[in-house]
Every structure is written in structure tokens, then in C-alpha cells.
Design a protein around this ligand. Structure first.
Ligand code: PBG
Length: 329
């Protein structure tokens, strides 16, 4: 650390004296290029449904996607993330609907690629929880989530989504060894340019509650996800997860949730020179939204959280505020 002087010669307030000067010495920036917008999709037509646990976020039927995508493309948001709300009649123990080429996600990918070409990237979750009757990310047998059996399905899900036009495959399931197997299958199917954004560091978190309501898996979920998602008491394990996924072929790494895990984001960036994406998850969104709604804090608090992610080393942020923030920055 270089100490260049001391008071009264040195007054750190001098550099903060006016707006132009604060801008001049500003160390971090936030732009629309940093934002990834999640979109929830539901079946039917002409639907824009509110979500009880997430004020201001909606589920769109596929035909209604342009009502949110037009603005995202106009404001130059680089990428959207798609999540389906699957009809419970289509759910079963092994999440078969994940492999249906006409499921909601596949239909949405085709519509977006047809209408917007390469003006915006598409990222898709790879995991079974929106499709399983028990709400888990993998195959459940005798109370256990089966790792390798789940991967076999995830590999197929990845190839199908990529064939439909998904640009970035994002496994969020936390099975061991899935990145390598997915990479291999994509390459074999001539999909060498499909990127993999690995949710390498995904903690078993209470902050996912509103999301599970949004995709309709909360009522189904039996137990918790602690045998596959990470223990929030751990740090070293994050490093091990990331290094494995990089070796297996991940192009980018996700840290999730974001705000309670700034130390992990920083650690990831310092140890691995690879794009780090942080996910400001649904619980973080709802906390902020509810506090703003009550007048306890103002809307500028949102920007403040996004800068925290940038400061700690995130290259981009998945946030349900993306479309609103893109309009004002
Ligand atoms: C499912 C998935 C979850 C989220 C993204 N993908 C929830 C979970 O693991 O239960 C959470 C996103 C959020 O809370 O905003 N694989």
C-alpha cells in the first residue's frame, strides 16, 4: 500500500468535491453491457401474468415475449436467460418434458432467434427442476439425487437447446462432471461454438424462494438441495468447483447468489482469469423491491448493489432489474 501523505496536506475529500471530479476518479463502471435479463415463460397465448412473490416481474406466453424483448434489444441488453413455468400435468419423476423440442423454452428460443437474429444472446438453464414432479434438479430415487443418470438427461437437454439456437448453455444443476460431458456432446453434434456458462458456485440458499414460486416448483419441492448445491459455510470448495469446471470446458463461471457472496465473487476473479457472472437472485430482488415499495430505501439502492458486484469482479450480472436499469443508465 502506498501512503502518499497525511492530513492536513492530504485531504481525501478534495477529490470528491464535485460531480465532475468524482466522475474523473471513478474506479468502476456499470453499463448496459453488464446486464443479463431473466424471462419467465408460461403456456397459452396473449398472457402476461404477475408473480405473487416478485412484484414487477411477469410470466409471458411465447407470443408475448416481444413485449419485453423489444425494449431489451432496443436498450442493447446483451443477453436474456429463459426459465419455463411448466404445467404440472407435464411433470414427472425424471423431467421428461425437458427433452421435448416443443417445450416452452425451445419455442421461445426459436421465436427470439427468428425475430431478433443475433441482436441478443440467449442463455438457457440446464437442470430438471422446472420439469420434475418433486422439484429437484435431478433424478430422484429412494430419496437420493442420482448424479450420472441425471447427467445423461442434462446432456440431451443441452444438445436440444443448442440445436434450437440457444447461444449459451448454463448448467445450474450442480451435478459432478456434467460440464465435460455436455462439452463433448455439443462438439460431437457440431455445436463447437455454443458456449457453456457453468453455475460452478451455486450455494444451497434460502434466497431462491421467489424463483421457485415463479417457475412453480416450490409446492412440489421435497426437502432441500443440500446434497448437490454448495454449503454456504464454505469457501475453498468454491475454488475446487471452479477449477474443475474450467478444466472440463466452461467458458464462463457463475457465482450465485450475489449480494451475500461478494467475497466469493472476488476470490473467483482473483484466482481465475475467466469471465465471472454473478446472479442477483429472486430473494435479493424481492427484498429490495419490497423495501423500496415501503419507502424504506430508494431506487438508487439497486444501482448501488450492481456496483458492488462490479467492484468485486463480476463481468456481468443476471438481475431481474436489468430492463428497468438499462432504461436509466
Ligand atoms: C434451478 C435454478 C434456481 C435458480 C436458477 N436456476 C433455483 C434453485 O436452484 O432452486 C434461482 C434463481 C433465483 O432465485 O433467482 N436450477
Amino acid at each position: 500500500m502506498i501512503i502518499t501523505g497525511k492530513y492536513p496536506n492530504l485531504r481525501l475529500r478534495r477529490n470528491r468535491k464535485s460531480d465532475w471530479c468524482r466522475r474523473l476518479v471513478q474506479e468502476n463502471t456499470l453499463s448496459v453491457n453488464d446486464l443479463i435479463l431473466p424471462i419467465f415463460i408460461t403456456d397459452g397465448i396473449n398472457k402476461k401474468e404477475s408473480i405473487r412473490s416478485m412484484t414487477g416481474v411477469y410470466r409471458y406466453s411465447v407470443d408475448k415475449i416481444p413485449t419485453i424483448l423489444d425494449g431489451a434489444v432496443k436498450n442493447k441488453i446483451p443477453m436474456v436467460a429463459l426459465f419455463p413455468y411448466t404445467n404440472s400435468k407435464l411433470k414427472n419423476n425424471i423431467g421428461t418434458e425437458a427433452l421435448n423440442e416443443n417445450n416452452l423454452v425451445c419455442k421461445a428460443i426459436r421465436l427470439i432467434k427468428r425475430k431478433y437474429k443475433s441482436k441478443i444472446g440467449i442463455m438457457c438453464d440446464v437442470a430438471l427442476d422446472p420439469y420434475t414432479s418433486h422439484g429437484h434438479d435431478g433424478v430422484l430415487k429412494k430419496g437420493k439425487i442420482l448424479n450420472d443418470e441425471t447427467i445423461d438427461i442434462l446432456v440431451k437437454q443441452s444438445v436440444i437447446q443448442a440445436q434450437m439456437g440457444c447461444d449459451v448453455i448454463a448448467p445450474s444443476d450442480m451435478m459432478d462432471g456434467r460440464i465435460g460431458k455436455i462439452r463433448k456432446a455439443l462438439d460431437k453434434n457440431n455445436l463447437q461454438n455454443t458456449q457453456i456458462l457453468s453455475y460452478a458456485v451455486k450455494y444451497a440458499s434460502s434466497f431462491y424462494g421467489p424463483f421457485r414460486d415463479a417457475v412453480g416448483s416450490n409446492k412440489n419441492l421435497k426437502g432441500d438441495k443440500k446434497t448437490y448445491q454448495m454449503d454456504y459455510k464454505n469457501t475453498d470448495e468454491a475454488i475446487r468447483e471452479i477449477s474443475l469446471d474450467i478444466k472440463e470446458g466452461a467458458d464462463m463461471i457463475m457465482v450465485k447468489p450475489a449480494m451475500p457472496y461478494l467475497d466469493i465473487i472476488k476470490l473467483a476473479k482473483e484466482n481465475f482469469k475467466i469471465p465471472i457472472i454473478s446472479y442477483q437472485v429472486s430473494g435479493e430482488y424481492s427484498l429490495l423491491t419490497n423495501a423500496i415499495k415501503k419507502g424504506l430505501i430508494n431506487e438508487k439502492s439497486i444501482i448501488e448493489t450492481l456496483y458492488a458486484f462490479k467492484r468485486s469482479g463480476s463481468n456481468a450480472i443476471v438481475t431481474y432489474f436489468a430492463d428497468k436499469i438499462a432504461k436509466i443508465i
